[in-house]
Design a protein around this ligand. Structure first.
Ligand code: GLY
Length: 383
């Protein structure tokens, strides 16, 4: 931690009370740092409050993103102890379930695409097994008869992000950290945060973990990064007895995912839309999600539709997160987590807090430092 000339009220101020910001706040407070987490609205009012909570490094592995997959795998391995520790600290069940994930093809084209994906997964030595249509339906009898094969990722699990958020708030407070909500931040400059109300807060370190909203925050030019919002619409369905959920594990196709919760809910998501900061739910979005889910799991038609919402992913040009020290002393980034924010929360929190305490971050994070955007800008200018 840098040292200001006088002692500021906080050692760490975290901007953003989503999964990432709260996890950083909890871990920092637990290490004895005077910590404040700020949010413009309520905790989890951004992407965390709508996210499905898939912990899916294998299922989300994409061509050309080996370094990101490596990072996702490291964080996935931390999830079980992280959830156990958080539950002990908060007394709240975070809904961590080791269900595995089955990705199925609903037609021949999708089967070919999944075949190519499986070959890539095998090249990376990921834990993924190709299943015949019969084997898929044996695992998940609720699948449509048209299913043409699939990939089982036995180690891709799930957590409930809303329960996670509640647990992190409780753990942050019981570790002595502070949470202030309804406090929009106007700007961050070095080791000071200026609120829209005019109040100025000083700290040794300011960590910006505001997800897509990070893109709208005023920061010094040398600290800037490239992040943008990408909208995802998502549905929550519920099985009322005697109706049962049509899937036991996470089931997805290349176009849609369905995440069954222990309490009889099914989360169905998500659209991927470049629409700036628009968070509206559209009839077309809901129609598309239900149509795609119904193609794989016809039983969704029997479920009650209880919620339709939209969130904003924080996306970057290379789909990787932005974690670490910025070009301005005192400002740190923890954003840009794209489709993997819940998955990467334990690793991001420990890396940021470790950095603040003078420790080396895990080497898998090296490609994801904020400096990569600054370097890109310089190269663009030189050309
Ligand atoms: N992780 C799933 C999504 O971003 O929709």
């Amino acid at each position: 931690l840098g040292r200001a000339e006088h002692t500021p009220a906080y050692e760490v101020v975290v901007v953003g009370a989503g999964a990432i910001g709260l996890a950083i706040g909890w871990r920092a407070a637990r290490r004895g740092l005077r910590t404040l987490v700020l949010d413009a609205s309520d905790p989890m009012s951004g992407a965390t409050g709508v996210a499905a909570g898939m912990l899916a490094p294998v299922t989300e592995a994409d061509f050309g993103e080996r370094e990101l997959t490596r990072l996702n795998l490291v964080s996935a391995r931390r999830w079980k102890p992280f959830a156990a520790e958080l539950e002990r600290a908060s007394g709240i069940d975070v809904g961590y379930r080791e269900t595995g994930t089955l990705t199925v093809a609903v037609d021949r084209d999708e089967a070919e695409a999944l075949g190519r994906l499986h070959a890539y997964q095998r090249e990376l030595e990921l834990s993924a097994q190709w299943l015949s249509p019969r084997e898929c339906r044996h695992l998940e009898p609720g699948l449509a008869p048209r299913v043409a094969g699939g990939i089982l990722a036995p180690n891709d699990h799930q957590v409930s992000p809303r329960s996670l958020g509640r647990a992190l708030v409780a753990a942050l407070r019981s570790a002595g950290g502070e949470l202030r909500t309804g406090r929009p931040v106007a700007s961050v400059a070095g080791s000071a945060v200026e609120l829209e109300s005019g109040e100025r807060l000083e700290a040794h370190a300011v960590v910006i973990a505001a997800g897509a909203e990070s893109a709208r925050l005023a920061v010094p030019a040398e600290a800037r990064i490239a992040v943008r919002p990408v909208k995802g619409q998502i549905l929550r369905l519920r099985a009322r007895p005697p109706v049962q959920l049509p899937a036991r594990r996470v089931v997805r196709t290349p176009e849609v995912y369905a995440v069954p919760r222990a309490d009889g809910r099914l989360v169905v998501g998500a659209t991927v839309e470049e629409r700036g900061f628009d968070r509206s739910v559209t009839a077309g979005g809901v129609l598309e999600l239900l149509r795609r889910a119904y193609e794989a799991l016809p039983g969704v038609a029997e479920l009650e539709l209880v919620e339709a919402s939209a969130g904003l992913r924080a996306a970057t040009p290379d789909n990787g997160p932005v974690v670490g020290a910025s070009g301005v002393p005192g400002i740190y980034w923890a954003t840009g987590h794209w489709r993997n924010g819940i998955l990467l929360a334990p690793l991001t929190a420990d890396a940021i807090v470790g950095t603040l305490c003078g420790e080396e971050p895990p080497r898998e994070l090296e490609p994801f430092s904020p400096g990569r955007f600054a370097a890109g800008e310089r190269m663009a200018v030189m050309r």
